[in-house]
Design a protein around this ligand. Structure first.
Ligand SMILES: [Zn+2]
Length: 62
């Protein structure tokens, strides 16, 4: 199983994230996030949730 970051296209090989594209051969490729992009994605999700809860509070109190 090869895991490729869907954001920066890094490939995880044997537990390490590599910048260099690796020939996958016939190995199945799974897309996910590398740690750095995962952090950025989670930060974005947290920001969206914060905005959403803020908006819902405002709409409730309006
Ligand atoms: Zn990435």
């Amino acid at each position: 199983m090869v895991i490729q970051c869907c954001v920066c296209k890094k490939v995880r090989v044997k537990g390490y994230w590599r910048d260099v594209p690796v020939r996958h051969g016939k190995a199945p490729v799974s897309h996910g996030y590398c740690p750095r992009c995962a952090e950025a994605a989670f930060a974005e999700i947290r920001a969206l949730r914060a905005n959403t809860s803020l908006n819902s509070v405002q709409s409730l109190t309006a």
